[in-house]
Design a binder for this molecule. Structure first.
Ligand code: ZN
Ligand code: ZN
Length: 307
């Protein structure tokens, strides 16, 4: 089955690099789109409650993004330097966070405080509204370092949501020409984070191309197919899908570094959204875990201690 999948993947002819958009920043309606997808996916889904909650949270994120204040951005010299040296301009850990991200968090918490939520989520909203600046910064630091297990599982979605809004706002304010390619092709050119998933697109010059989608700032960047996004190996790449699925989501695994990343095929489902569809296919993560493979990038709404 893997060999067959491999042949199909290899059959795709890609346009030469340079003729295709390398980078696609998240659009201004990124969270509305995500909210809609979460709502669709929540229907009749075993994790429907959580997916619906994340749909509401995405709406709150859209609200926060729409009212986000102007924030300090890297100076033009810094932009040139980063492009020349293949470094992420808005490095998730290196960039000095402006306190505006906490203002965004407040908008999100206020939005969530007036909707109906399960008790643990309501408690987290109340707790975070009272949390000290130091506590929030500490939680943000752990999240951005990728140490998700060290973050309180109930607090995580709210803090992650606020950080996503802040980074998406900054990337949009800079514009795609501010960003260059990184040395490491599997990391986000804007913020240096790992991808949450990859999307094989349809339509126009992007037909059949794979774009990785950033787990933090939702920037999408091109990476050729049949290549591990973690170690960039092109050998020992295999594809797994859940039995009985329509093939819209597959896990691409690598024998060299034993990681995997999900690929979403717009040809099979034009509505796919990297972060939402990743969460809605957790049984595939269980399958990959059993096969001894680790995720190649985090989903900031998937606490390692919960599943
Ligand atoms: Zn990013
Ligand atoms: Zn690899």
């Amino acid at each position: 089955m893997n060999t067959q999948a491999r042949i199909l993947e290899s059959g795709q002819i890609e346009a030469p690099a340079g003729q295709i958009p390398f980078l696609r920043l998240a659009g201004v309606d990124v969270f509305s789109h995500r909210a809609e997808r979460f709502r669709q996916l929540s229907q009749g889904h075993p994790l429907g409650g959580y997916l619906a909650f994340l749909g509401t949270l995405a709406q709150a994120q859209q609200e926060a993004l729409a009212h986000f204040p102007a924030v300090p951005l890297p100076a033009p010299e810094q932009q040139v330097l980063c492009r020349e040296h293949g470094m992420p301009l808005l490095g998730a850990q290196a960039w000095p966070r402006d306190l505006a991200w906490r203002t965004g968090l407040k908008v999100i918490l206020r939005y969530m405080s007036v909707v109906s939520l399960p008790a643990p989520a309501s408690e987290a909203v109340a707790r975070l509204m009272q949390a000290s600046e130091a506590e929030l910064e500490e939680t943000a630091g752990k999240l951005l370092m990728g140490d998700l297990a060290a973050v309180n599982a109930q607090d995580m979605p709210f803090v992650a949501a606020a950080l996503q809004v802040y980074w998406i706002h900054m990337a949009a304010a800079l514009g795609e020409h501010a960003f260059g390619r990184l040395e490491q092709g599997g990391l986000c050119p804007a913020c240096g984070s790992h991808p949450v998933a990859g999307v094989v697109r349809v339509g126009g010059e992007e037909q059949g191309l794979r774009y990785l989608s950033c787990s933090l700032c939702a920037t999408e960047w091109h990476m050729v197919r049949i290549k591990c996004s973690s170690c960039e190996s092109t050998h020992g790449i295999h594809y797994y899908a859940l039995e009985g699925s329509n093939g819209a989501v597959k896990a691409e695994s690598c024998d060299d570094c034993d990681t995997y990343l999900k690929l979403l095929y717009m040809e099979k489902d034009s509505q796919v959204e990297a972060l939402a569809d990743d969460l809605a296919t957790l049984p595939l993560d269980v399958l990959m875990d059993e096969a001894g493979k680790a995720r190649g990038g985090p989903n900031l709404f998937f606490h390692p201690g919960v599943v």
